[in-house]
Design a protein around this ligand. Structure first.
Ligand SMILES: Cc1ncc(COP(=O)(O)O)c(C=O)c1O
Length: 333
């Protein structure tokens, strides 16, 4: 099958760039130093590649991701890096399951669901999940009192990972990890789980880094100067042209837009609507894109995770050849 034969819009992944990204991360964070986050690609075939490179502990954001990983035989050590009030599906899995907890309610849910291991999730500056630092020790005692094994702490510095300037990113990460270290002193345990693609080499505290985007990347992370390159694009067809602009058939229903407009090489993207992206040749580009009806264009998403979640298949390509097609089999909840 050729890339040209695929119906558009569809997700394409450059197989060599993916290999490069996976290998670069495996060199930087070998084995258990990386706990790949499955939410970015939602794909057990990709997770298998990561496992083959030595990363056999995964995390996910949904029960569905953990279920799928367990069913694929990747259940050696799975972390729900998220809060849940219904752990019953997790407790039934034939896998080692740990869940993040940040309240009495989530501790009770873990117990009721038959989950035996938890991490105390600490708010390290991102106003999302995680308990206050002062609560960490108390929650760990509560969890232990309810018969759970507390493996350690988690604290995701999501407010730091995307900061464009490396020194600022490092400062924000250090401040977040100072909080997590203080929480860990209260909680104990062997695991300090934190980090993401933007802080994979800046986080000096975490025993394991929860990066996911690094494998496929996106234009937002590409601006940070990381050693990972964009591997994923939405393959689209030019369906209409007018004086000064062109339109392709990939719109916001095939692209995660929360990090902004996608990129098209040699073009300026004007806007996306449901099933269209309108773009114009970029006069400042070395090769301004003069698109004609029927041309294929590569639309590079600004945010990988939601983009992948819109699609059923990731097509791995080598040049013009589609070498494999992987199901995005961890979608849904
Ligand atoms: C809990 C958690 N850990 C880690 C990550 C890191 O992911 P990424 O590789 O995209 O930076 C995320 C992403 O949002 C997350 O929510």
């Amino acid at each position: 099958v050729k890339l040209r034969d695929l119906r558009t819009p569809c997700l394409a992944v450059d197989a060599r760039t993916l290999d490069h990204n996976l290998a670069a991360m495996a060199r930087a964070l070998p084995g258990a130093r990386l706990r790949p986050h499955a939410k970015a690609a939602k794909c057990t075939a990709l997770a298998r590649r990561q496992a083959a490179l030595g990363h056999r502990a995964f995390c996910g954001a949904t029960a569905r991701e953990l279920e799928g990983l367990a069913a694929a035989g990747l259940g050696e050590d799975l972390l729900l890096a998220n809060e849940t009030l219904d752990a019953s599906r997790l407790g039934r899995l034939d896998a080692r399951i740990t869940v993040a907890v940040d309240s009495l309610e989530t501790i009770e849910a873990a117990v009721a669901g038959g989950v035996r291991e938890v991490l105390i999730d600490v708010n390290v500056g991102l106003p999302r999940c995680g308990c206050a630092l002062e609560q960490a020790g108390r929650l760990a005692d509560l969890a232990r009192g309810r018969g759970l094994s507390v493996r350690g702490v988690m604290g995701y510095e999501g407010h730091a990972v995307g900061l464009p300037e490396r020194a600022a990113r490092k400062r924000a990460c250090d401040a977040a990890m100072a909080l997590l270290a203080a929480a860990h002193a209260q909680v104990g345990g062997e695991v300090i789980s934190a980090g993401g693609t933007g802080t994979f080499d800046l986080n000096g505290l975490a025993t394991e880094i929860q990066a996911g985007s690094y494998a496929l990347m996106d234009t937002a992370y590409a601006k940070l100067g990381l050693p990972f390159r964009p591997a994923l694009w939405v393959e689209a067809t030019v369906i209409s042209t007018s004086a000064g602009f062109a339109v392709c058939d990939a719109g916001l229903k095939s692209l995660g837009m929360d990090h902004g407009n996608p990129g098209i090489e040699g073009a300026r993207v004007w806007f996306c609507s449901d099933e269209h992206t309108t773009f114009a040749p970029d006069p400042e580009s070395a090769a301004p894109l003069g698109a004609r009806i029927g041309d294929r264009v590569r639309v590079w998403p600004a945010h990988v995770d939601p983009t992948v979640a819109y699609h059923e298949t990731l097509h791995l390509v080598d040049g013009e050849d589609v070498v494999e097609s992987w199901a995005v089999d961890l979608r849904g909840w």
